[in-house]
Design a protein around this ligand. Structure first.
Ligand code: AMP
Length: 426
């Protein structure tokens, strides 16, 4: 299947060619024909699957086919609402790239910055608006934006929207949309409240596309586990980063506080790093992300929510400083490396308390993750737990003890125990 087979118009084909895309990803192959027909879409997919192109390309094509008003005042006909500034900018960049050889104009608005330049761009007239919910409502209330001409509405990353408490904003936005429109709804997960929200936005019989990146992602990424005591995790991280000075590395921390602490630990070891999480300002987050994308900053520490918007080409290494207690989160995290066609490495630290999480992860991905046992800070089984973390499901027999077997991996070993990750790579 090629993009041409999907019936795309020449200016878009040319832009995709310039992007170096040779063939559609599964979500593009399935969604583009549905969207070109004008049907509503419920997409269960996350970033990294090619989702943005899957929705932006057919919208550009429909706008071009309907005729762009290059002389009169343009009205916003397509609205994409996404939870974070990082995602909004990324989507806007994608629209720009795919619409490069058309007359479509787009702009992006988000909070945390002055509104002046955003208002100016809106005054100039745009066809496509990409927005975060708060700033959108703000500018609507001030009369700079009307949604009455919207023909295409896309709600992106719905689960993250709900996580971030945007549900009321979303409801206010959808109340202002024209009834006659094409609606697209994307979420990485489909919990009950997400499905309910989708019901309020989509027509009664939307087409559904589900893209499970689980197996593909897990297979593409080279993974390894390091059993290590909690107290030794900082030293192990410093060791691995010193061994890989030239790789871009994304380090995951379960908490915001933990992410800041890792930055301080690395600073002491003269490793420059920055953290992105919900407590950082938009400007701090964007600067850290830009520096990381440009290669000026080699190490970025992120929490799961903040990392959703990260799309970095050639991200070689992901380190799970903490194992997530939700196994799907592991798959999302390691999906930050090995995106599209590249392959990557994901290393995970696991202390005694995290072994049940490892077990759940291996069950989900249906793989035993190889264990690295020849690192300088192996867990010798003497770790003392003060307090069990929430949602702990560790059986009593493992309490306070990792079993003294450094090669055990939570009950499902296999793989290559001798394999050494983090050793010098090109
Ligand atoms: P997304 O899921 O939209 O965040 O896209 C993930 C990454 O895949 C982005 O860097 C896109 O530029 C890239 N991408 C999207 N579609 C394709 C394609 N058909 N071929 C190669 N790369 C793609």
């Amino acid at each position: 299947m090629t993009f041409k087979d999907l019936g795309l118009i020449e200016p878009i084909l040319k832009a995709l060619d310039e992007q170096g895309y040779t063939q559609p990803t599964p979500i593009q192959e399935q969604s583009i024909p549905i969207l070109l027909k004008g049907d509503d879409l419920l997409g269960c997919a996350q970033t990294g699957t090619g989702k943005t192109a899957a929705f932006s390309i057919p919208i550009i094509q429909q706008l071009v086919n309907a005729g762009v008003d290059t002389k009169g005042k343009r009205r916003v006909k397509a609205l994409v609402v996404t939870p974070t500034r990082e995602l909004a900018i990324q989507i806007s960049d994608n629209f720009k790239a795919y619409a490069k050889h058309t007359d479509i104009k787009r702009t992006v608005i988000y909070g945390g910055v002055k509104q002046g330049s955003q208002v100016n761009a809106l005054r100039g007239g745009v066809d496509v608006l990409i927005a975060t919910p708060g700033r959108l409502l703000d500018l609507m209330q001030q009369g700079f934006i009307t949604l009455q001409h919207i023909e295409y509405f896309i709600l992106d990353e719905a689960d993250q929207m709900l996580d971030m408490g945007f549900i009321h904003d979303i409801k206010k936005i959808i109340a202002k949309l024209p009834v006659k429109r094409q609606s697209l709804f994307f979420s990485a997960t489909m919990a009950k409240e997400i499905v309910e929200l989708a019901g309020k936005i989509l027509s009664s019989s939307p087409q559904r596309v589900t893209i499970q990146p689980k197996q593909a992602t897990a297979e593409k990424v080279e993974q390894a586990i390091y059993f290590v005591q909690k107290v030794d995790k900082p030293k192990l991280l410093v060791h691995l980063l010193q061994e890989n000075p030239s790789s871009s590395c994304l380090v995951f921390s379960r908490t915001k506080h933990g992410a800041d602490k890792i930055v301080r630990i690395l600073a002491k070891a003269k490793i420059q790093a920055a953290a992105i999480h919900g407590n950082k300002s938009q400007n701090q987050r964007q600067k850290a992300l830009n520096d990381f994308k440009d290669g000026k900053l080699k190490v970025l520490i992120a929490t799961d929510i903040a990392a959703r918007g990260i799309d970095v080409e050639d991200l070689a290494l992901v380190i799970n400083y903490d194992l997530p207690n939700v196994p799907e989160t592991y798959v999302h995290r390691i999906g930050r490396t090995g995106r599209a066609s590249a392959s990557g490495i994901a290393l995970s630290f696991c202390n005694g308390e995290e072994k049940p999480y490892l077990k759940d992860i291996q069950k989900l991905i249906n793989q035993s993750i190889p264990v690295v046992d020849n690192h300088p800070f192996p867990d010798d089984g003497t770790e003392v737990f003060v307090k069990a973390p929430q949602q702990q499901r560790r059986p009593k027999t493992e309490r306070g003890h990792s079993g003294g077997n450094r090669k055990g991996n939570g009950g499902n070993t296999g793989g290559n125990n001798k394999k050494r990750f983090g050793a010098k790579r090109n």
